[in-house]
Design a protein. Structure first.
Length: 599
């Protein structure tokens, strides 16, 4: 922000207008930041620039020339990274790493350092001259960066262009654009008071600023590149953070300044075609983007957008829907052979219900789509009611449920029965009305696939009865229940043995004989898996086929515990046992199985 620095220098009478103009002319010819050029021309001292930067950014300043850095701290950050972002690591206190920067608003740099080192990052500001000298002193093998005007031009390749997106210029532009907006202020209390006073035109203007557009685009592309399944944008009283869910685990990736909040929220709402003036009610929308895939082609990805008003602003969650990651081959989902055979038999029947259960994000949609894909033939009429329709399937009639106009699951189901269907997929059974129509449809010659939110397969029977479905209807209609979870896969690139004590393996669920033979695997951590030891996910499945013996137990009102005991006797593989099979195969770890299942 050269003009801002110049204005501050003029205001404090440390620079004359003529000197400022001369420095600006020199900058146009030679490049570099204005502060660097002012020092080079001898108009101001380096310490004055540092003090002004500290005042401008609101962070402490430091004189690097008088600061001696521990070599162990220097080793925490690679020389290339320090040079790229113009940063110098200073000290570490507990889980916090202090770094000196010329631009402490560069959240991309702080995000990369945090991801690379595992420490929280605390910035202090230093002048460009001091940082350049410190880089030469502590990273002698790395050439110092010349001012922009003195650098040689070189052709930028696609990977370099991608890397260049994560530079300070983007955030500097955004910061400048937003600081010039009169409706956004630095003080948190004033900001909260002004929320209701911001009019629609102001919100549209903020969301349409080019720097804000670039920032949001960078956020979306970063999520795609890191393989995230969800983006969480969360406002708090003193913090505004962005988290990515990668392989089921949430990671902090950036913390934009609070003044970015309304601009980012407005931009995402505009992209999702939502009402930017409505801040009191939840809203749902969808964003579709197309981008170059790096192989000469283009790729499309959908983002499902959910806005929820919270105490300090609107929380936004974007779910990434990548068609390339939709696994429709049932043999590759992680089913044990016996469980897969039972499921394929159930979906091959002409009528009855097949229910898939599990929490949100456990892969239920993928299992249902895989089942639909297997039985999708020209001879069948398949109809689905979903909220929302996540992926378009060729040859399948998909209906988007819209509660606000009365098109709920029950209404869609009633219409389906007049459309001569063979197979019906209901996104979720949430209430008695939907459950009743689904059960009756399954008893009148239709195969019904649906989902429920229960912890395991046997408790699904109790859940249906609690909704009000009679036991004889449940026993007659349900053919199979599949409960599932997703656990992280051990990274294949850094997989290594992790022996456990035999008793610990027995406590986890292995038999004594198995405990003597099993050698669990664990990832050591490498660049490919971002040092987590995990890459990708695999499903755990508990498939309970409703046999005649189980139907009799359902009719007499047996508990979920009795149903489980009988199902295990008949060969059902429980979620925990499914996880232990994958530990034996070296696919996942005991810790992952213990996190998602119970004995």
């Amino acid at each position: 922000m050269p003009v801002r620095i110049g204005e501050l220098l003029l205001k404090e009478k440390r620079l004359t207008p003529a000197q400022l103009q001369e420095a600006l002319n020199y900058q146009k010819t030679n490049g570099g930041k204005l502060g660097f050029n002012l020092v080079k021309l001898g108009f101001v001292k380096d310490e004055e620039i540092t003090a002004l930067l500290s005042k401008q950014y609101g962070v402490p300043s430091i004189n690097l020339a008088q600061f001696e850095i521990d070599p162990a701290i220097v080793k925490l950050i690679p020389a290339e990274t320090a040079q790229k972002y113009q940063i110098v690591p200073l000290s570490r206190s507990g889980a916090t790493l202090t770094i000196a920067m010329t631009d402490p608003t560069n959240v991309f740099a702080m995000d990369d350092i945090k991801f690379m080192t595992g420490y929280n990052v605390e910035p202090v500001v230093a002048s460009e001259t001091a940082v350049t000298d410190a880089l030469q002193r502590y990273f002698p093998s790395t050439p110092a960066a010349a001012p922009r005007g003195e650098r040689k031009e070189k052709k930028i390749t696609a990977p370099q262009q991608e890397a260049n997106l994560n530079n300070a210029a983007t955030l500097e532009m955004v910061s400048k654009a937003l600081e010039e907006s009169a409706s956004i202020v630095d003080d948190d209390v004033e900001l909260l008071e002004e929320i209701d006073q911001i009019d629609v035109s102001s919100l549209e203007k903020q969301g349409g600023e080019a720097p804000v557009i670039r920032l949001v685009n960078l956020m979306l592309m970063s999520a795609i590149q890191k393989g995230a399944s969800d983006i969480h944008i969360e406002p708090y009283e003193k913090e505004f953070r962005v988290r990515f869910r990668i392989d089921g685990i949430l990671y902090n990736v950036m913390a934009p300044p609070m003044k970015f909040r309304d601009a980012i929220t407005s931009r995402i709402k505009i992209m999702a075609k939502l009402d930017i003036a409505e801040k009191r009610l939840p809203q749902d929308g969808r964003i579709k983007i197309r981008f170059a895939d790096g192989e000469g082609g283009t790729k499309e990805i959908d983002f499902r957008v959910s806005c929820l008003p919270t105490l300090f602003g609107e929380k936004i969650v974007l779910r990434l829907l990548d068609k390339d990651k939709l696994m429709l081959d049932m043999t590759k989902l992680g089913f044990e052979p016996d469980s897969l055979k039972r499921l394929e038999t159930a979906i091959g029947k002409p009528w009855g219900m097949v229910l898939v259960t599990g929490p949100t994000g456990s892969g239920k949609t993928n299992t249902l789509y895989s089942s639909i894909s297997k039985i999708n033939t020209p001879e069948t009429n398949i109809m689905t009611a979903e909220d929302p329709v996540e992926f378009n399937l060729v040859g399948v009639n998909q209906v988007q449920v819209r509660e606000n106009i009365g098109l709920n699951f029950a209404a869609a189901l009633r219409s389906f029965l007049r459309q001569d269907p063979n197979i019906i997929l209901v996104g979720e059974i949430r209430d008695f009305e939907t459950a009743e129509i689904a059960v009756k449809a399954s008893l009148t010659g239709h195969l019904v696939l649906s989902t429920l939110h229960t912890n395991d397969a046997p408790s699904t029977i109790s859940r249906l009865m609690n909704m009000g479905i009679e036991p004889f209807l449940v026993a007659s209609s349900v053919n199979l229940i599949c409960a599932q979870r997703l656990v992280r896969r051990v990274c294949a690139a850094c997989k290594q043995d992790q022996p456990h004590a035999a008793q610990a393996l027995v406590d986890a669920g292995f038999t004594p004989d198995e405990a003597q033979k099993v050698i669990p695997k664990k990832g050591a951590g490498c660049e490919r898996c971002n040092n987590t030891g995990y890459k990708g996910r695999v499903g755990l499945y508990e498939v309970m086929e409703i046999t005649d013996e189980l139907r009799e137990l359902i009719l007499v009102g047996a508990s979920a515990l009795e149903l489980r005991r009988k199902a295990v006797e008949e060969g059902m593989i429980t979620l925990r046992r499914s996880g232990l099979h994958k530990v034996m195969d070296g696919v996942t770890t005991i810790e992952e199985v213990a996190r998602e299942t119970v004995k």
